[in-house]
Design a binder for this molecule. Structure first.
Ligand SMILES: Cc1cc2nc3c(=O)[nH]c(=O)nc-3n(C[C@H](O)[C@H](O)[C@H](O)COP(=O)(O)OP(=O)(O)OC[C@H]3O[C@@H](n4cnc5c(N)ncnc54)[C@H](O)[C@@H]3O)c2cc1C
Length: 388
């Protein structure tokens, strides 16, 4: 058993930490409060070539595995950028996986190199108000008419749609009533977010406000056949392919947020004096922080195993789900404890832990709720009856 990072992995961790570290807490607070996309940060990451970390070399990327991508995104979150930073680049780093595996050569050549350079912003359009976590219930419908499809429907929570030129869009091309299996009949497109046919409305939300999440109202959107990813009717399967690595990246984001929150708590615990001694001397504060350190370390080990299995081409769903669950839980708990350590100042924006707290909370809900992770482990791993 070898727990060391490879030379490449260690270099990635150091380089990304240095680059992301140039954007301090004040930068992120300002972007968050102004609801402003972190363009300077995004450009810096793109300029360093980091957006193409997993993209194959023939499309301008580096062709690294999910282990390297998870290290990158963990450091981005850990820099204090949290979910504002991670969400600005998340989809570029791994979200194009279905296109890489199933897309036509022409679609890949047209889009992937531009995503790697940062020139092309993309978002991911799956969730719908009427379907929720039951993705097979989506109703956004793409009707084939000659060499294009005409799409109508509604999506919700689509992050970065305001800033994006294209959307990876999941639709139905056969209604659920007419398919043998409910996972059949869905088709994926990577296509323009044509503002003349799609009304994009940001949703006011609790945090991570530098990156919008939006409702999309799609009205007779025309999509050329060339923008279809792979075969008609196979879209759900293509998305499933990317779910385990997606869970690992989200886990890494939660881990980074938990680590930065813990760092801030320790700093404040050492500096702040009440009753004539540093508050961190009190075990009522010190033990929860030490407990969070242990939980983050344990969660990280599960994450490392999950990414290693994936990169070895081995089954990893159990570990990917456990890593997402444990990292989201430990990350949020660390953020909550960091807030408590700061007392009243934790509730102010000045010390940034309130921002970490709001962002860490998100990772227990999206992109996959903790309950759905437990559903997976309960039914697929333990063999208990399925509730969904
Ligand atoms: C900030 C933010 C950004 C997002 N970005 C994107 C994006 O870019 N693209 C995109 O497509 N989506 C995005 N989402 C959507 C996100 O993936 C969903 O919100 C998430 O998957 C949960 O789905 P839901 O909100 O529809 O919850 P629902 O399906 O309505 O579920 C509500 C609650 O019921 C629980 N529940 C439901 N069924 C069961 C069951 N059988 N057993 C136990 N519990 C159950 C769920 O766990 C959840 O807690 C985003 C969401 C947020 C909040």
């Amino acid at each position: 058993m070898d727990f060391d990072l490879t030379d490449d992995q260690a270099t990635i961790r150091k380089a990304v930490a240095e680059l992301a570290g140039k954007f301090d807490d004040q930068y992120w607070m300002a972007r968050d409060q102004a609801h402003e996309f972190p363009t300077e940060f995004y450009d810096a990451l793109a300029g360093g070539g980091w957006l193409g970390i997993t993209t194959p070399q023939e499309y301008g990327g580096h062709g690294f595995g999910i282990t390297e991508a998870s290290i990158l995104i963990e450091e981005v979150a850990r820099s204090g950028g949290g979910m504002n930073a991670a969400s600005a680049i998340h989809l570029s780093i791994f979200g194009m996986h279905p296109v890489i595996v199933h897309g036509s050569e022409e679609l890949k050549r047209r889009t992937l190199p531009r995503i790697v350079t940062g020139d092309l912003h993309v978002c991911f359009g799956v969730t719908e108000p009427g379907a929720g976590l039951d993705t097979t219930r989506i109703t956004t419908f793409a009707r084939r008419e000659g060499e294009h499809y005409v799409v109508n429907g509604r999506k919700v929570w689509i992050s970065k749609a305001m800033e994006s030129e294209k959307v990876l869009l999941l639709t139905r091309t056969t209604k659920i009533e007419d398919v043998a299996k409910k996972t059949d009949g869905m088709t994926l497109f990577l296509t323009d977010l044509d503002r003349t046919k799609i009304d994009i409305r940001p949703i006011p939300k609790m945090g991570r406000n530098a990156v919008t999440s939006n409702e999309l109202f799609i009205d007779d959107l025309h999509i050329p056949v060339e923008d279809r990813v792979g075969d008609e009717g196979q879209g759900f399967r293509y998305i499933l392919d990317g779910l385990n690595p997606e869970r690992m990246l989200v886990a890494a984001e939660a881990l980074g947020l938990g680590r930065v929150a813990l760092d801030r708590a320790v700093r404040y615990g050492n500096e702040r004096e009440v009753f004539g001694r540093p508050i961190g001397m009190n075990q009522g504060l010190q033990f929860p922080l030490a407990d969070s350190l242990a939980r983050l370390d344990a969660a990280e080990l599960v994450l490392r195993k999950a990414t290693w299995l994936y990169d070895q081409g081995q089954p990893c769903a159990r570990e990917a789900n456990s890593a997402k669950y444990l990292c989201a839980d430990a990350g949020f708990q660390a953020a909550d404890r960091a807030l408590q350590t700061h007392g009243g100042m934790g509730y102010s924006e000045e010390y940034h832990v309130a921002r970490y707290f709001r962002e860490a909370r998100l990772l227990k809900i999206a992109p996959l709720s903790q309950e759905m992770v437990l559903n997976y482990l309960g039914s697929h791993v333990l063999g208990l009856p399925r509730s969904y």
